[in-house]
Design a protein around this ligand. Structure first.
Ligand code: ADP
Length: 613
């Protein structure tokens, strides 16, 4: 099924590109306009991987467009280089290398700061191109005389000179660009890109080195930009200095938003609308420079009413037309699936976890302290958990339970103290590395990949365990990752979500989301699993089901569970540690804790009265 759809996109792209010279002239498109659209489309393929798939909005793509363009044009005009294709590839490599260096700086920040750094860096490139490097770039005159490609096949020479002849070369480049981009977004790396866009915090916590992947996306986008910049010079027989301007970066962002981000073809569609409007309004209607006013209005309307751009709008229409039936099916499934409606089917036995030779306590914390300014959230905590143990942690609100978990998983660094996991000092390690070692947690507030389905969510987590924290398998099929399908299916069954596997997270009931939250941690096959209030916000019925589920998950695992619902927790765990005001008050069996006078006092004196219930 997936394979057929894959070929469908590639075949449709090929058919579209072959048909374009026969169809588009009848719609008023000049060959030069179509070629320019393709160059923008190619530029946008990389940008969409960066922005649409990875969620990184860069306003500095002109830096790489210009770099690739001027390197290729310089080689072809001033350095006497003869082979256009090789010059374009060298330009692309130069842009990718530049992208790597710029990415190292820009990706130190996120969100608006990242965007601002890219703007600033692009401005620096613009300045450098015009001033110190004007001997190489021609300054404001650009580089004229860029040749068009020709290929000597021995018996004949193919020339791609201009118009529809040059179109064949550019269309082939675009097609290859699409094939590569499709491979990338369907690879494990592509899946992780989407996870970073949806929830970078969780992508890190399940064990991915997201900085490395973001840098990869940045370099890919720079490479596409560099190649497209080179093609611009070839197309115009002249490398224009304005390739480096902020307008170029801005136009790319707007075209992607118009066409639809995260679709790969959005920038191409956006460029078509943009350039068609430009030609039509400027020439046919004689609006001159005022055409941008109309474009502005069109842009605002499109962004307001079609949040997914033109392709997103068309996809919504398609879903609306064919979706009634699908929706009814989904609703039926919601009604008869999940723990909220029916007793959970018997979940699978927990996967046997291999224990290393180490035989002492799986986790030991000594003198763990966390201060926030004057506030001491955790104070001098000594804590130890044995292999296979099921430990509960209770304590009134503000007792420091979540802070304690965050320190154990190295999400935050302790002010002082030491954490030893399986005999190894993990104090000061990063959360990604600790997860890779086999220690992770589920969150008190759901941290899911909200734009993905249940199966895709679990895939992201399983990939971290199966591939390690960083691997550049850009052209590998997701389905060829050994053990992935088994691990995802196994986890789906463990958290009782097998029937909801292909449902988007946004359509899940709350109880299902909580189970997926636990599933994300489980899919990394942790040797020590921490669950931060797994029952939070659930109805009594959901709690009963989830406790059942947790019992089955706990078989063969070591788990530490925080929860306020003491009846459920005492039923689940073997020992309980009580925290109060950031300190360990007492540890013991549930029976001992229930009757402990200090615990009674702590609870009856605090907000929670459950202990007495
Ligand atoms: P619990 O999980 O037991 O409710 P927490 O660990 O969330 O308790 O919080 C313990 C104390 O630390 C609280 O007083 C809380 O306000 C404080 N705290 C937690 N996180 C921060 C933070 N990031 N900055 C400042 N204070 C914090």
């Amino acid at each position: 099924m997936l394979k057929q759809r894959r070929f469908l996109i590639e075949t449709l792209t090929a058919i579209g590109l072959i048909a374009a010279p026969f169809v588009l002239p009848h719609l008023g498109f000049a060959p030069n306009t179509v070629n320019r659209i393709l160059v923008w489309g190619l530029f946008g393929l990389g940008f969409d991987i960066l922005f649409g798939f990875t969620g990184l909005l860069s306003f500095g793509q002109s830096a790489f467009y210009g770099t690739g363009g001027f390197v290729a044009a310089y080689l072809l005009t001033r350095a006497g280089f003869g082979n256009v294709l090789v010059a374009l590839i060298i330009g692309m490599v130069a842009a990718a290398a530049t992208g790597y260096l710029v990415g190292l700086i820009a990706l130190r920040r996120t969100g608006i700061y990242f965007a601002m750094i890219t703007v600033a860096i692009a401005q620096v490139f613009f300045f450098v191109e015009f001033n110190p490097l004007s001997d190489f770039t021609g300054g404001e005159n650009g580089l004229p005389g860029v040749p068009t490609p020709s290929f000597n096949l021995g018996f004949t020479t193919l020339h791609f000179t201009n118009g529809w002849s040059l179109y064949q070369f550019i269309a082939l480049c675009y097609f290859v660009g699409v094939i590569i981009a499709l491979r990338i977004v369907r690879s494990p790396v592509g899946a992780i890109f989407s996870a970073i866009r949806d929830n970078p915090l969780r992508a890190t916590a399940v064990g991915h080195n997201i900085h490395g992947y973001k840098l990869t996306a940045f370099v890919i986008a720079a490479a596409y930009a560099g190649f497209a910049g080179g093609l611009l010079g070839v197309l115009q027989a002249f490398m224009p200095p304005d390739a480096f301007t902020f307008d170029t970066s801005g136009q790319l962002v707007m075209q992607t938003a118009i066409g639809g981000r995260g679709t790969l073809f959005g920038p191409l569609v956006g460029a078509t609308v943009w350039l068609f409007l430009q030609d039509f309004l400027q020439s046919a209607l004689g609006l001159g420079a005022a055409w941008k006013l109309v474009l502005g209005v069109v842009f605002v309307l499109l962004v307001c009413f079609l949040r997914g751009g033109i392709i997103g709008g068309l996809a919504d229409l398609y879903r609306l037309a064919s979706g009634k039936r699908g929706q009814t099916e989904a609703e039926t499934e919601t009604e008869d699936s999940g723990a909220t409606q029916q007793p959970a089917p018997a979940p699978l036995q927990a996967k046997e976890v291999e224990h290393p030779a180490y035989s002492g306590p799986i986790l030991k914390a000594r003198g763990l302290t966390k201060r926030y300014g004057g506030l001491v959230a955790n104070s001098d905590i000594d804590f130890s958990v044995n292999q296979g143990e099921l430990r509960g942690i209770i304590g009134p609100n503000g007792a420091g339970k979540s802070t304690f978990f965050k320190m154990l998983t190295c999400e935050i660094a302790p002010t002082s103290g030491q954490i030893v996991f399986e005999g190894r000092d993990i104090t000061g390690l990063k959360v990604t590395d600790v997860c890779q070692l086999g220690l992770t947690k589920s969150y008190q507030v759901n941290q899911l990949f909200t734009g993905l389905t249940v199966r895709q969510n679990l895939t992201i987590a399983a990939l971290a365990e199966l591939r390690g924290k960083f691997r550049l398998d850009l052209f590998r099929k997701l389905s060829s990752v050994k053990g992935l399908t088994e691990q995802v299916e196994h986890t789906l069954a463990l958290v009782n979500l097998a029937r909801r596997a292909d449902t988007p997270v946004s359509e899940l009931a709350y109880g299902e989301k909580r189970r997926l939250e636990i599933g994300l941690a489980l899919a990394t096959s942790p040797r020590l699993l921490l669950l931060d209030e797994p029952l939070a916000g659930m109805s009594p019925r959901e709690r009963v089901e989830t406790v059942k589920l947790l019992k089955s998950i706990a078989r063969g695992r070591t788990m530490i569970v925080i929860d306020h619902d003491m009846d459920s927790l005492f039923e689940l765990v073997e020992r309980v540690t009580v925290l109060q005001e950031g300190r360990v008050l007492v540890s013991g069996t549930p029976e001992e804790i229930k009757t402990n006078a200090a615990v009674q006092e702590a609870y009856l004196g605090g907000v929670h009265g459950e202990i007495a219930a």
